[in-house]
Every structure is written in structure tokens, then in C-alpha cells.
Design a protein around this ligand. Structure first.
Ligand code: GAP
Length: 506
């Protein structure tokens, strides 16, 4: 761990080798057979058991190029400022991507805040008083060791390269110098008088500095979590692997404040909760595992830390970190701001500085893992079908209404069906090109259900629902279609009732 303790192993150009060294190694702990079964370790073992059965590599169908190309083709993710040639490591979410990303954030917000009564939300500003970053340690130690090639002038993170020379041209490298990853800008209209401010590199500090505000206004007792989702910025030396590592990204962070002495129990609890969250949303357990940080790798603030890792095409890499930050942050901010940041426990009649358990995830990195895990190619009736088996709650479009053809007799009924559905679900209406092509497009963006209106529908007022995964079809009355779809989107099985005609997948 470099970066002055603000932990994050980096799968960039040389990440693969670095992470495999880590795993062969040494200090970090991939939880296995002998690991005591705390709840956290249990979740890890589940995944490592699967890995040991030999399923250690991603299915051959998935590589990053296919994901990048699907994202471009189907309006999920575009290179930023593409008409100007793009901007390194910056990406724009298109019409489908913005829905997917929003669904990931909503799923997190629901699980972390709405489905519990011990966590509240927050939305703090990106620019904060510079004192915050002095107190948190970011000004002094949010750094990576940077080396530059004397021949081709490419810059590298010193701790991610093997050998002595430049990984690109073999040229001689400069001595490493510490490079601070925070973006600086100035605040105020007159440049000379403007003060330096930073774009936040994590959302966590906005939570710590509002601890007292939230405690006094929410009237909640500890343990209490404060959560937020928002943009963070890091001037990464080696961004890459599509949206895995970028200089602008979104964080989903929870700071869970607990009584000292209960922190280890809560760390176990949150490790398991967070591992299960990915699995519940469809990520295969064999592609997830836990890795405990070695003592030498822990951030300066951390007493213990686990990474949830995902088997990305470039190898096992961090998806989310869950750290026990102890009382480091509240003590630092109290010291630097002069404001007392403690908690009075009325029941126990004692005052203390809470410890903090921090599950910290990246929205974009989660989106990438969900996309990769959902990606599939299969052959149906002699033709290749590419599809995303996205969890229903994550799919950008829930239902597509597809008239068999753009026909003046079919259109009014198809529009009627669309208008009936769209207030309830994100619904797409598509009557361009052949029905086969339209199915293919919906499969590629992971739409769980297509509703087809044909000429019989004009007579019998029934439509066909097609299931993305099984390709089974059921014919149902338009009256009540919304209720049927609602049940299916909540997870009701798509088994064909004997009343309905079905088409088996060949
Ligand atoms: N507050 C603690 C913290 O920020 P971190 O391990 O540096 O911890 C947490 O970041 C998560 O944020 C990572 O697991 C990753 O998902 C995401 N993340 C960090 N840096 C990123 C980057 N440059 N691009 C995309 N996601 C990033």
C-alpha cells in the first residue's frame, strides 16, 4: 500500500502482476479453509470454495473490448468529448448507461438507508475548507510514487511496475517522487487573491465534518450510519481499464459510527452485508471474494480492512473496501477545527469518541462488474445472441413494447399499451426494423421483458410477453398486463401457465 495509507491496489497497466504477487504472497489474507468462521469470513469462504473448484478465470466470452464495444453500440457508455478525440480516462454515460448507473445507486441507497432505521443520508459539497484535507492527512499523504521515463516521458506509478526500465520502451526511469493525487483549483474571482481549494478525493470527509450536525438534528442513537453518494476526483497516474479507474468517479460511502469495543463485530457485519449485496444483485459468487489487508498495507487510519474483490477480465481486483477507521477521523477534525466531536451515551451515562466502520464502494466500478458478470453470448436457432442477464432491478429498461411491424392498424393499440405501462415501469417503444433486430437490441441492453402486439391482438386484446433469459413466451390479456409484469419484475417465476401458449427455447 502506497498512497500514504489511503488504500487502493491499482489494476492499471501493471496491476495484474501486482495483484497476483499479492495473492501468492504474503501479508494480505485471502480467506480460506483454516479461516475462523466469523460472519465476514464465512461469506469469503463461500466464494473461495467456489474458486478452488477451478473456476478461477472469467468465462472466455468476456473481455474488456467486448464490454467497451457493447457499451458504445447500445448507448451505455461513450468516450468523453469524443468529437474532439476524447479525453483520457473520462467517460460519458449514454441514455441506457445513465439508467443503469442510477439503478445501481438506487439499489445501494435502498439497502443502506431505506431498508434500515440506523442509517441516514447526506449530500455534502465537493469543495470543502482546505483545513479538512490537512486534518484528514490527504494534503500530506494522499500520494503515489511517480517515475518518468527519460526517453519516452511516459509516467508510471513506481509501485506497479516490474523491473527497472520503462514498461513501454525500456528506457531509464527517474527516481520516484511523491505525487499528490488531489486536483487543485482556486476559489474567488481575483486569481491572485483566490484561495486554493481541492476537489474532494472521497466523500467520507463531508460526513465526518457533519457528524455533530447529524447527531444533534436526527436525534438518533449510536450505532448510527451516515451515507452519501457523490463525485470524487483523483489525479490518478495510471487510470485505465475502461471505467475501472478514472480520474472522476462516483463514490457510495457509508460511515457507521459505533461504540469502541463493538467495532470488530460491526466490521464483520458490514463485510458480510456488502459481499451479499453484490451477490443478491446477480453477481456470481465464484467471481467474488474477500481479501483482508496485510498489516503493512493498512491505511494510516485503518485498524483493519477487507476488500470485496471481483474477478475482472484483468484479474482479481478491488470492488469495494470495508475499513475499521477507529476514531482517527473524528479526533483529527476535533483537533484541527477546535470543535468537540464526541457522543454522549445517555443510557450508559458516558461520553466517548465513536469508532467508524466504512464500507466504501465505487459506482462506476460496480457498474462495470455488473456489466461483465451479466454479459453472455449464446446460439439460438443457428444465430449468435448477445445478452446481458442484468438483475431486473438494474436493467435500464424494464419492458419494451414492440408492435410486430410499423402498421397503421397496430400502432394505436401498441401506443395504448405503452401509455398504460410507462407510468409504472421504465418502458421503451420501438417499431423500427424487423422484430428480430429489435429483440436483439433489447437483449443487448438487458431488458427483462418484451411485449409484442400482433394482428391477433386487435381481435383478442391479448399480447405476448417474451422473457429475456429463457426466451419463453406467454400470451396474456392487455387488461391486467401491468399487474403481471409487476409480479414478474418482482421475481415471480416466468413459468408458462397451461392457459398460455408458450414457445420453448430451442
Ligand atoms: N473513503 C475510503 C476510500 O475512498 P478507496 O479504497 O480509495 O477508499 C473506495 O476507494 C472505492 O472507490 C474503491 O473500492 C473503488 O470501487 C472506488 N474507486 C477508488 N478510486 C477509483 C478510481 N480512480 N476510479 C474508479 N473508482 C475508484
Amino acid at each position: 500500500m502506497t498512497r500514504g495509507g489511503i488504500a487502493e491496489p491499482v489494476p492499471s497497466v501493471s496491476e495484474e502482476s501486482r495483484s497476483s504477487q499479492r495473492q501468492k504472497g504474503s501479508v494480505a489474507r485471502i480467506l480460506n479453509e483454516d479461516t475462523p468462521l466469523t460472519p465476514a469470513n464465512k461469506a469469503a469462504k463461500l466464494s473461495s470454495d467456489a474458486s478452488e473448484k477451478g473456476d478461477l478465470s472469467m468465462p472466455a466470452k468476456v473481455d474488456m473490448d467486448k464490454i467497451v464495444s457493447l457499451c458504445k453500440r447500445r448507448g451505455l457508455i461513450f468516450p468523453s468529448s469524443e468529437i474532439y478525440g476524447g479525453l483520457a480516462s473520462c467517460w460519458d454515460y449514454g441514455p441506457m448507461g445513465v439508467e443503469l448507473k442510477r439503478n445501481v445507486k438506487d439499489a445501494w441507497w435502498k439497502a443502506i438507508i431505506h431498508e434500515r432505521d440506523d442509517v441516514v443520508g447526506l449530500d455534502t459539497s465537493i469543495m470543502m475548507h482546505p483545513g479538512v484535507w490537512a486534518a484528514s492527512g490527504h494534503i500530506d499523504s494522499f500520494t503515489d510514487p511517480l517515475v518518468e521515463c527519460k526517453s519516452c516521458h511516459l509516467r508510471w506509478r513506481a509501485d506497479t511496475i516490474e523491473g527497472k526500465g520503462c514498461p513501454k520502451c525500456g528506457g531509464e526511469l527517474t527516481e520516484p517522487r511523491m505525487f499528490n493525487l488531489m486536483f487543485k483549483t482556486s476559489m474567488g474571482p481575483v486569481e491572485e487573491e483566490a484561495s486554493t481549494v481541492y476537489l474532494r478525493p472521497e466523500t467520507a470527509q463531508g460526513i465526518f465534518v457533519n457528524f455533530d450536525n447529524v447527531i444533534t438534528t436526527s436525534r438518533k442513537k449510536l450505532p448510527l450510519g451516515i451515507a452519501q453518494i457523490g463525485k470524487s476526483f483523483r489525479n490518478e497516474i495510471t487510470p485505465g481499464n475502461f471505467i475501472f479507474r478514472t480520474r472522476e468517479f462516483e463514490h457510495m460511502e457509508l460511515e457507521y459510527f459505533v461504540k469502541p469495543g463493538t467495532d470488530e463485530k460491526w466490521l464483520d457485519y458490514w463485510v458480510k452485508e456488502r459481499f451479499d449485496w453484490y451477490a443478491k444483485l446477480g453477481i456470481r459468487k465464484e467471481n467474488l471474494r474477500l481479501r483482508q489487508h496485510g498489516k503493512d498495507e493498512l491505511a494510516h487510519y485503518a485498524r483493519d480492512c477487507y476488500d470485496v474483490e471481483y474477478l475482472f477480465p484483468m484479474g482479481w481486483s478491488e470492488l469495494e473496501g470495508i475499513a475499521n477507521r477507529g476514531d482517527f477521523d473524528l479526533i483529527q477534525h476535533a483537533k484541527h477545527s477546535g470543535r468537540e466531536l464526541s457522543y454522549y451515551d445517555a443510557e450508559a451515562g458516558e461520553k466517548y469518541v465513536p469508532y467508524v466502520i466504512e464500507p466504501s464502494a465505487g459506482v462506476d466500478r460496480s457498474v462495470l462488474a455488473f456489466l461483465i458478470d451479466a454479459y453472455d453470448e449464446e446460439e439460438v436457432e443457428g444465430e449468435k445472441r448477445t445478452l446481458l442477464h442484468l438483475h431486473r432491478s438494474l436493467a435500464p429498461i424494464k419492458v419494451a413494447v414492440l408492435p410486430l411491424s410499423r402498421n397503421e392498424k397496430l400502432t394505436p393499440l401498441a401506443k395504448e399499451v405503452f401509455n398504460k405501462l410507462c407510468p409504472n415501469f421504465v418502458t421503451d417503444y420501438d417499431d423500427s426494423q424487423s422484430i428480430g433486430r429489435r429483440y436483439r437490441r433489447q437483449d443487448e441492453i438487458g431488458t427483462p421483458f418484451c411485449v409484442t402486439i400482433d394482428f391477433e391482438s386487435l381481435e383478442d386484446k391479448q399480447v405476448t410477453i417474451r422473457d429475456r433469459d429463457s426466451l419463453a413466451q406467454i400470451r396474456v390479456p392487455i387488461e391486467g398486463l401491468d399487474k403481471i409484469l409487476e409480479a414478474k419484475l418482482k421475481g415471480e417465476a416466468f413459468d408458462a401457465s397451461p392457459l398460455w401458449a408458450t414457445r420453448e427455447k430451442k
